[in-house]
Ligand binder design. Structure first.
Ligand code: 2HG
Ligand code: ZN
Length: 475
């Protein structure tokens, strides 16, 4: 079993633990059955076996604060749990921790049309917020394949990104204000939903992407925006990896894109093999770009055609298709969005790396060279949000190789991959967070001084190392 460095130091028996938690939330909101422990003790990573001691379901911020105070008094480690769709083992309870699940804090309230804001409990599902926005003729733009199960609290704690970052940014950009419970059980109301508030440190930003290590988000006021018009999707066949960024520059020279994604033919073939969506066109190329834009007037459509033709003339693109309806657009999106779930069958080793957009071509070349050399017998799947510099590199486990050996071999190569990330001043985790899987590699992106300050901040908000210990940094 892979060792984790979380701590659970309580001397309470499980019965005593359940009794005291029940006194806070009610007996029907504490679970210790095997199914619940297995389900709520892990996220989408398949590396660490879950081993929580109990799952507790608070319904209010005050209950969360009471749980944290109890945890401090009894030395019980807490792990927050949202939709459990994380890919870095940020919400895994592998060391007897108590899992705090936010499923019952799923109310949407206080919609304000003037401010274009709405209050969400931490357990509101991303899609629930998207639908709510739609019903009010507005739009919540942060989107990704797991929007049907991920929760707002988890999105904030991991600063979730996704497929529209090039146009609308990350979750961080949509949090107007939030309520958090710190590691000492203090309730903080951060930013009061203000657009402008220059009164010193913006503590929201510490909790956004903080992975629950400083405190737990219990409620947040999210911003909404105008609904984009007639989102139209182009998929282009691109034979050379190097040309993908030329295509991006060409389109961006005259258009504001809402997405620019890429995927390899290997990735697409896996999705096509499931038989749910058709191939975009007959020509097969090693790479594809998916471009999305608002086609408000005929001139927008004409502009896309001009850029497409230019890319064909240059030889960067050899085939393409454009959506003529919402259904076609959705099917083209599935070619990209279904990749992660489709390849999960092969227990992939995941990298979620980024550099500034201008450095993507040499960065990609360097990494591709290393992984093709070092993994001659493994299948390598490239895809990602290349328009914002974020690449997903997945290495698939051969069927006949044991999981432990596979992850060990990948871990070694990761060090070389991350040396390249460091050389290009990139990030070892662009959007999936650090959790446990990327913690050993944090130093490739953050300096020793930064990590020391992070530890000091952790001590201020969570002096007893109760909140999601062993994730992001070791206390
Ligand atoms: O599975 C992955 O590596 C990426 C998952 C997700 O961030 C995506 O962009 O599809
Ligand atoms: Zn992604």
């Amino acid at each position: 079993m892979i060792q984790t460095s979380g701590n659970s130091m309580t001397t309470l028996t499980q019965d005593a633990l359940v009794e005291q938690l029940s006194a806070i939330v009610g007996a029907d909101k504490v679970r210790t059955d095997a199914d619940s422990l297995e389900t709520f003790g892990k996220d989408w990573t398949k590396i660490y076996p879950p081993k929580p001691s109990a799952i507790v379901f608070p319904k209010t911020t005050q209950q969360v604060a009471d749980i944290v105070k109890f945890a401090n008094a009894q030395n019980v480690a807490l792990v927050p749990s949202g939709g459990r769709t994380g890919l870095s083992a940020g919400a895994v309870a592998a060391n007897g921790e108590v899992v705090v699940a936010f499923d019952y804090m799923n109310q949407i309230s206080d919609f304000n049309a003037t401010d274009r804001t709405v209050k969400c409990g931490a357990g509101v599902i991303t899609e629930q917020l998207q639908t709510f926005a739609e019903e009010h003729d507005l739009f919540y733009p942060v989107d990704f394949a797991s929007a049907g199960s991920s929760q707002i609290g988890g999105n904030i704690s991991t600063n979730a990104g996704g497929i529209k970052v090039i146009r609308w940014g990350m979750t961080r950009d949509w949090v107007a204000g939030m309520t958090v419970v710190t590691g000492e059980g203090e309730i903080l109301e951060l930013n009061k939903d203000l657009m402008k508030n220059n009164t010193g440190y913006d503590m929201r930003q510490l909790f956004i992407g903080g992975e629950g290590t400083l405190g737990f988000v219990t409620e947040a006021t999210m911003r909404l925006t105008r609904t984009p018009k007639n989102l139209t999707v182009l998929v282009l066949g691109i034979p050379e990896l190097d040309d993908v960024m030329k295509v991006l520059s060409q389109f961006q020279s005259t258009m504001d894109l809402t997405a620019f994604e890429f995927f390899s033919d290997k990735a697409m073939q896996k999705v096509l093999a499931r038989g749910d969506v058709p191939a975009p066109f007959e020509t097969s190329t090693d790479f594809y770009a998916l471009i999305e834009f608002e086609a408000v007037t005929d001139a927008d459509m004409d502009q896309a055609m001009v850029q497409f033709e230019k890319c064909m003339e240059e030889g960067w693109v050899v085939d393409g298709v454009i959506s003529q309806s919402e259904t076609q657009a959705a099917n083209l999106w599935r070619l990209r969005e279904d990749i992660s779930e489709t390849i999960s069958e092969w227990t992939p080793y995941k990298n979620d790396i980024s550099v500034v957009v201008s450095k993507v071509p040499p960065f990609l070349r360097d990494i591709d060279e290393i992984v093709t050399r070092e993994y001659p017998d493994f299948e390598i799947i490239w895809f990602g949000h290349i328009g914002d510099g974020n690449l997903h590199l997945n290495i698939l486990k051969p069927d006949d190789l044991a999981k432990e050996e596979f992850f060990e071999r990948c871990g070694k190569v990761s060090t070389w991959v991350f040396e390249i990330v460091e050389k290009y001043q990139g990030s070892v985790s662009a959007e999936h967070g650090v959790g446990m899987t990327k913690k050993p590699y944090l130093e490739y992106t953050r300096s020793a001084a930064e990590i020391a300050y992070m530890r000091a901040v952790k001590k201020v908000f969570d002096p007893n190392n109760i909140m999601n210990p062993g994730k992001l940094i070791d206390a």
